[in-house]
Design a binder for this molecule. Structure first.
Ligand code: SF4
Length: 392
């Protein structure tokens, strides 16, 4: 860290900054964000940095994840970020990516270090920003305790707060979010949502769409009354969301809500929840019609409502993405077979398609080529599994 700090102060590029380097100029570049929001701190940071790179001042902006406690099991998430995922993994496979030992270590570190450190920083009066994300931060006792502490001490007036929340709750044990937020310098609620109605409930297992919509509308009414409160939708482009994107575009236009968009992480090509899992030529036609739809919807909106620009950028970026795992020598690559195995396992556990529950195929139905490809991949995996059972 000391070396990185020294190099950065000299204006040198460091390999640790490659994510910001790669996204330079985009709307959501961390470096640009912090440089613009903490410009006034630069002189002080330079003064407080010793020749060896050590720094004798306190952080102004905090992003602490106290816990992975979460009431949802979104399909693109996993054990590391959601306690509900951990419970399901343990119940159905007896195994979790987050081992009991790791979890105990994280909990001990939170108790021994993070919470006292947070309290100490809050007491110093230097905090200017908190980013609450999780897990689901509104489930955490610590979140409510700290927010109340900042209000009681009067420091909240200097602090910007941003939430990355699934918006399943707006209060906890009688403590109401909308009672606390007006005391802060500003507050941004980034409500995670990746589809509409049944599509949203499929992606975000645990979600009740009607309840979520009621919370969004409540938050929007609250934000209209106070200039320092903002409500956004934090959208991840997943497979069902991509094939149902028309409904989501209509939704954000109708509800006049801005979106932050991001792709579903595709560092592993077996990630079936990313549209990039599908062959490029199968996506191309749909991407093209989405771009036309966005352009038409843009025309209906005033220039002061640039809600759709980020979605357009995301679709264009996806279109430009080279096929990363398509293997011309096989009908299906190993990554695709593994992705389908994973999907089938989760689908069985969550009883997709039973008792009125939606299933992945419902969202592909309006795109026959993609549905056919998906079903062939599924048949291939099911026949392999059948062969394995017979051999056993
Ligand atoms: S709400 Fe967030 S943390 Fe919880 S499962 Fe969904 S993506 Fe993961």
């Amino acid at each position: 860290m000391k070396r990185v700090r020294r190099q950065m102060l000299k204006g040198e590029r460091v390999p640790e900054c490659q994510i910001c380097d790669a996204s330079e100029g985009s709307a959501w570049n961390y470096r640009d964000y912090f440089n613009s929001h903490f410009q006034e701190a630069e002189k002080e940071v330079r003064r407080a940095t010793a020749r060896d790179g050590s720094l004798k001042t306190s952080p102004r902006s905090l992003d602490y994840r106290f816990s992975n406690q979460c009431n949802f099991k979104c399909r693109m998430c996993g054990d590391g970020n959601s306690s509900s995922w951990v419970q399901e993994s343990l119940r159905t496979t007896g195994f979790s990516e987050l081992s009991q030992e790791t979890w105990e270590e994280i909990s001990k570190n939170t108790e021994r270090n993070l919470i006292p450190e947070f309290r100490e920083l809050a007491a110093k009066g230097l905090l200017r920003e908190i980013y609450w994300a999780g897990g689901e931060p509104l489930l955490w006792e610590e979140h409510w305790d700290f927010m109340e502490q900042l209000v009681r001490s009067g420091q909240s007036q200097k602090v910007r707060v941003t939430y990355n929340t699934n918006l399943s709750l707006l209060s906890n044990k009688g403590r109401m979010l909308f009672d606390l937020l007006p005391h802060f310098k500003s507050a941004t609620l980034q409500a995670s949502m990746d589809g509409v109605g049944r599509c949203a409930e499929f992606i975000r297992t645990g979600l009740n769409w009607s309840q979520w919509l009621a919370h969004l509308q409540e938050a929007q009414i609250f934000a209209k009354q106070l200039p320092n409160i903002e409500v956004l939708i934090d959208f991840t482009l997943t497979t069902p969301g991509f094939y149902g994107l028309e409904s989501f575009i209509n939704f954000i236009v109708e509800h006049e809500v801005k979106v932050l968009v991001k792709p579903c992480l595709f560092d592993d090509p077996s990630t079936y929840m990313s549209p990039l899992f599908f062959p490029k030529q199968l996506r191309a036609q749909h991407e093209q019609s989405l771009l036309i739809m966005i352009a038409n919807a843009q025309e209906k909106l005033s220039e002061h409502q640039p809600f759709l620009d980020p979605l357009e950028d995301l679709i264009r970026a996806q279109r430009a993405e080279p096929p990363s795992h398509e293997d011309p020598s096989h009908e299906f690559g190993d990554a695709q077979l593994n992705g389908m195995r994973r999907h089938l396992q989760i689908s069985r556990v969550r009883k997709d398609g039973q008792d009125g529950r939606p299933k992945m195929e419902d969202f592909l139905a309006s795109h026959p080529d993609s549905l056919l490809w998906w079903n062939c991949l599924k048949d291939e995996v099911l026949s392999q599994q059948q062969g394995e059972t017979l051999a056993f």
